[in-house]
Design a binder for this molecule. Structure first.
Ligand code: IFM
Length: 433
């Protein structure tokens, strides 16, 4: 990797990202059950019936992991807090052990000179709230606001940045329409409500954090480039619909106070009453926006009811996820985000990386090199990109795909839990340190 820090704007921050359920080991430390535990316990949902009970056992190996981040030379560590670890029932009694854990995590980062970037929800909903309908329930924004108050009341004085919810598309669409993630629903009404309540919860949490004096607040969305399978008007329109649902719905809500017409076409009849009145909260001003980017999809039209599209097989070089390697999409999303939604607001690439079992991993080094170059190209075009965080620090629980898909810069042996930095880790350390 032939970069130096001087190849990026002054003050540009490099970092790595993880999430609670994917690394911590949810069985430890008094955390309450989550909908991912029950989803994973249902045969057919997760490969080899795996779950996050032990994961990387980061709960007990935190110091070793923080040393790895320090030795990598990362400026920022993006992690998430687990709602069910902080409040095992989702509401009411906080878990002192859980709060202490995140307190130690933040202090451990600061002691090592690393900026803590927290996300408050990265998918493991407390089961007690899932039992009440989870994101479908109109009370979710209130419960989420209460949780925000508890966790950020404890660590918000020392975090560098905070974002309420990771990847609203996955929380809303992937989990309630496609059924691939917990709670595994396939229901358009549940989907519409989840998509809207996620954004409203984001807004409520942002207001709570402002009230607490927490600084540097943002939103983290995932983006997937949408390419029509052919030039036919039907495929072009199908790709537009995919783009509306995946990319423009959330950015429209957060930064324009409206949802795109081609998403409302199918979702509007199922949105909660009075949804138009919620944009004042959803649009609470932010200090930055996070772009999670991995790939593009080729989309074709079908004769089914809305959204009437199908995914075509990916072409070209693929990662172990079967995702096309398409760095141009990152450049295009970074410039489009600034141009159409956020103007001068700093943009962070809050996740980017590849699944590969190759070790040593020249393929990951090439992938990251291409995506760093895409980021530099976007900056040259005027996009105010201020940082880039690799997904992920170490191999971890890749949700429905279990432990088979390895995104880590650090190899984890899931028998012994030994951590071994890969070639990509050393390649980054060479110029980050
Ligand atoms: O592992 C996930 C992460 O939890 C959210 N963004 C995408 C990653 C890779 O699939």
């Amino acid at each position: 990797m032939n970069f130096t820090r001087a190849d990026f704007p002054e003050g540009f921050r490099f970092g790595v990202a993880t999430s609670a359920y994917q690394i911590e080991g949810h069985a430890h430390g008094g955390a309450g059950p989550t909908h991912w535990d029950s989803f994973a316990a249902t045969p057919g949902n997760v490969v080899r019936f795996e779950n996050g009970a032990l994961a990387c056992d980061h709960y007990h190996r935190m110091d070793e992991d923080l040393d790895l981040i320090r030795d990598l030379g990362a400026d920022v560590y993006r992690f998430s807090t687990s709602w069910a670890r902080v409040m095992p029932e989702g509401r009411g009694r906080p878990n002192a052990e859980g709060l202490d854990f995140y307190d130690r995590l933040v202090d451990g980062l600061l002691e090592r000179g690393i900026d803590p970037a927290v996300t408050l929800y990265h998918w493991e909903m407390p089961q007690a709230l899932a039992d009440l309908g989870g994101w479908r329930n109109a009370d979710m924004p209130n419960w989420f606001a209460d949780y925000t108050e508890v966790i950020m009341g404890r660590i918000g004085d020392r975090t560098w940045s905070a974002a309420p919810i990771n990847e609203p598309w996955c929380v809303g669409w992937l989990s309630h329409f496609e059924g691939h993630h917990a709670p595994g629903l396939r229901d358009i009404r549940a989907t519409a409500r989840a998509m809207h309540h996620v954004l409203l919860s984001h807004g409520r949490a942002t207001q709570v954090m402002k009230g607490l004096g927490v600084s540097n607040l943002g939103a983290v969305c995932n983006f997937e480039w949408s390419a029509p399978a052919t030039d036919s008007p039907a495929d072009v329109a199908a790709a537009r619909r995919y783009d509306a649902i995946y990319n423009r719905f959330f950015m429209g809500g957060l930064f324009q106070g409206e949802y795109p017409a081609d998403a409302l076409e199918g979702l509007e009849p199922h949105l909660p009453q009075g949804w138009q009145d919620d944009f004042a909260t959803i649009q609470s001003p932010l200090d930055w926006v996070g772009v999670n980017y991995y790939t593009r999809k080729r989309v074709s039209a079908t004769n089914d009811p809305w959204p009437a599209y199908a995914y075509e097989p990916a072409e070209g070089p693929l990662t172990d996820m079967g995702w096309e390697i398409y760095p141009q999409g990152l450049q295009d999303f970074l410039t489009r985000t600034a141009r159409e939604y956020t103007g001068d607001l700093p943009i962070y690439v809050t996740e980017n990386g590849m699944a590969s079992t190759t070790d040593p991993d020249p393929d990951r080094i090439a992938f990251l090199t291409d995506h760093f170059n895409a980021t530099r190209a976007a900056i040259a075009e005027g996009a105010p990109v201020a940082g880039y965080f690799v997904w992920s620090l170490m191999d971890n629980f890749e949700w429905a795909l279990g432990y088979e898909k390895r995104f880590g810069l650090v190899h984890v042996d899931f028998e012994t839990l030994a951590r071994t930095p890969k070639a990509s880790y050393h390649a980054l350390a060479n110029w980050w340190r």
